[in-house]
Structures are given as C-alpha cells and as structure tokens.
Design a protein around this ligand. Structure first.
Ligand code: NAG
Ligand code: NAG
Ligand code: NAG
Ligand code: NAG
Length: 370
C-alpha cells in the first residue's frame, strides 16, 4: 500500500510538472485535457508533451526498441486496429482512409483487429492523445470529433503509437526553432527536448508531428515556436504525412520501401536507365479540386500486356483503389490524366531484365477547369 501511495504521489507530482492545456488555441487541436489525471490506466503511466502518454522509464522518445511493433516474416509490421463504434460510419471510413495512407507508403500495415492481444483502440476522446509506442494489450488513441479529425491529425496520433515524438522535441531542435518561453506559461512541459534517435534524417518543418507556431500560447497572437533562421517557414500542417514522415516510418521499422509524397517526380535515376526490379509508389494529395497528372517524358520497356515494366495509376490512396490508367508501357506520350478526387497513387514497376530511361511527371490542381 505504501508503495502504491508513493507511486500515485510520484505520478501525480510528475503530472503536475507537466500540466497540460485546456485551451484549444491551436490550429491542429493537438490538445490534451486534464481528464488524464483522473483516468490514468495505472500509475506507471505519465502524461508528457500534451498528447502523449508514456510508460515510466521510456522518456527517451524514439530511442526505445521495445516500443516498436513487431515485424512479421513477410516484412510487414501489422498494427491491429479497432475503431470505436462511437464514431459514425463516415468518420470511421475517414479514419481508415488516413491510416490507409500509412499502410500504402510504409511497411506498417494497419489491419482490422480480430483477436490479437496487442492492438490500438481508436476511441472518441475528450482530447487528442496517444500512448507512445506499443505498450502491450489494448491501447487507446483518443480523437475528438471536431478537434483532431484532420487526416494529418489522425496520422499524428497514430505516429505516436508507432513510436514518434513531436518533431520540435528532437534533440537537435534548437538549431531549427526557437522556443518562445515568454509566451508559454502553463504548459512549458509540452516544449521539452528529448534525447531522440533522429534516424539520420533531417529536421522536418512540414512534419505532421510538428506543433504549429501558436500552439499553447498564453498570449493571443504571440508565437510559441519560431523557425530559425527563417521565421516564415510554415509549421504545424495537418494535411497529411510529409515525405520525411514517410521516410522516418520506413527507417524506424527498417522497411525497404520506395515511396514518396509526390510533387513532381521521375523514375529512379532518370534520365539514366531505371534499375531492374524497381517498385515505387508516389502519392499525390491535394486539398480539393481535380488532379491533372502529366507525364512529360515516358520510355519504358515494351512488353505484351505491359507485364514486364509498367506505370499504373489509381484514383485513391491504395492499390485497391479504382484504376485510372491500367499498366502502361512503351514510349509515350501519354495523355494527361484527370482524377476527380483528392488523392492519386502512381505505381511504377520494372522486372529483372531490360530497362529504359523511364519517366518524368508532374501534376497541377486544375484550378481553371469546369
Ligand atoms: C474550442 O473548440 C470548439 C470546437 O472546435 C469551439 O466551439 C470553441 O469555441 C473553441 N474554444 C476556444 C476557446 O477557442
Ligand atoms: C471493437 O470495438 C467495439 C466497441 O466499439 C466492440 O464492440 C468490438 O467487439 C471490438 N471488436 C474487436 C474485434 O475488438
Ligand atoms: C475493416 O473493417 C471495416 C468495417 O469496420 C470494413 O469496412 C473494412 O473493409 C475492413 N477492412 C479489411 C481490410 O478487412
Ligand atoms: C538489368 O539486367 C540486365 C540483365 O538481366 C542487365 O543487362 C542490365 O544492365 C540491367 N540494367 C540495369 C539498369 O541495371
């Protein structure tokens, strides 16, 4: 009993030091409420950086091998998920859609939970929050109906569950941002820095894991985080995983996956021949309007049915989405491709023989079209 009391006291004390915000002054609504103080799953859990719950002794961010989800023999890291039926069907499919992007672009596969013991339960929360990494058993991720249902906000919380901390908590963050402590009163604990494993990948202002400039500000209109040297660099986007977010998941989980969030793009080594046995995916994501995809150059090995080397385009964010352009090969030009949705997936594959110079492509949002 004495130990329990001590534990509770200890946890409480720790939590006090990391008081968290009840204001939703942030664009990304990455806000945790005091509710955690009352509903701690056990005293080994502590609130940290606003929306992450940590197990005691695991405060070194992504520097924690045992926090990772296991990889199965097929090279996939399966993370079973059950989305609470408290969400509407539309919300559940929106959440599933945000998770599908991760499944498409990395070797992490979110799968519907059947009987797995370790899994993520996505629940309607009074705050947006997650545990850090895999904790074992059922672990909740909280999403607020109008608070963190943006695609990037959902991915943000799931990224915590995969083992990622906030970008501005990286060990090297002081080279990239200045924390404006004078504008942060109650929630200084959310702006801590940790001894993180940075995976040899650069600091990313456009990460979904980065706080926005005004998050947790105690003075309206005054920023809490200012990028250096250029204070105008945008931070805190929640439209979806950045290119580096994708690369970091693949690196942390040791996936050999060729996939990117696209702007303009080309086959590997273009205009030199692409490699044999290449397989790459580019996800194009826009907020609204149509996507006009144009191949400015195109030269792939010709084969019957394009079964050897090909480009294939999907309207959506997975290889099971509707096909816009079926396997295509040979020498271009290709007509431009118009997609009516907000995501398009481009797949390129080559087999083990004969390569060519490949392709270069770009897209625009088609602002001036009917
Ligand atoms: C907090 O968010 C809710 C819902 O998004 C909104 O109705 C409310 O006005 C916000 N409160 C503040 C203080 O911004
Ligand atoms: C998923 O969660 C719901 C409650 O929202 C529960 O009724 C159902 O049994 C769970 N399913 C699985 C497979 O865990
Ligand atoms: C997962 O379950 C949802 C319903 O909750 C269903 O719509 C979806 O097709 C399932 N996905 C897979 C891969 O079975
Ligand atoms: C692809 O493989 C063939 C032989 O299988 C080889 O001749 C060719 O140089 C390879 N191409 C590249 C780009 O590696």
């Amino acid at each position: 009993l004495l130990y329990t009391l001590f534990s509770i006291f200890h946890t409480f004390f720790f939590l006090k030091m990391f008081t968290i915000s009840m204001e939703n002054n942030s664009q990304n609504s990455d806000v945790a409420l005091n509710v955690h103080f009352l509903h701690l799953p056990d005293s080994e859990i502590a609130v940290y950086e606003g929306d992450i719950l940590l197990r005691r002794g695991q405060r070194s961010a992504i520097n924690c091998e045992s926090c990772l989800w296991p990889k199965s023999l097929d090279g996939l890291v399966k993370v079973p998920v059950n989305i609470s039926s408290d969400f509407s069907l539309a919300e559940r499919s929106w959440i599933a859609d945000a998770l599908q992007e991760v499944s498409t672009l990395t070797c992490v596969k979110f799968v519907n939970r059947t009987t797995e013991a370790d899994y993520v339960y996505v629940e309607r929360g009074q705050s947006c929050w997650s545990y850090f990494g895999k904790i074992g058993g059922r672990q909740a991720v909280g999403l607020v109906k109008n608070g963190c249902m943006d695609k990037g906000a959902i991915q943000h919380e799931m990224n915590h569950a995969l083992g990622f901390i906030h970008e501005q908590a990286r060990s090297d963050r002081d080279k990239f941002v200045k924390i404006m402590w004078e504008h942060i009163t109650a929630e200084q604990g959310n702006f801590g820095k940790v001894n993180s494993k940075n995976l040899g990948l650069p600091y990313d202002y456009s990460s979904v894991m980065h706080y926005g400039a005004y998050d947790f500000s105690s003075t309206p209109g005054k920023p809490t985080i200012v990028p250096v040297p250029n204070p105008l660099v945008p931070i805190g986007q929640r439209e979806g995983l950045s290119n580096l977010d994708v690369a970091k998941i693949n690196k942390l989980y040791k996936c050999s996956k060729c996939s990117k969030i696209a702007s303009s793009f080309s086959s590997v080594n273009y205009p030199s021949p692409y490699p044999n046995n290449s397989n790459c995916l580019w996800l194009i994501r826009i907020r609204r309007n149509k996507i006009f995809l144009q191949f400015e150059a195109f030269d792939l090995q010709t084969s019957s049915d394009c079964s050897s080397d090909y480009v294939k385009v999907y309207s959506g964010n997975s290889k099971s989405s509707p096909v816009l352009l079926d396997k295509y090969c040979g020498q271009g030009p290709l007509p431009s491709i118009v997609a009516s949705g907000s995501t398009v997936l481009v797949e390129f594959a080559s087999d083990e023989t004969v390569t060519a110079t490949g392709f270069r492509a770009s897209y625009n949002r088609g602002m001036n079209t009917p």
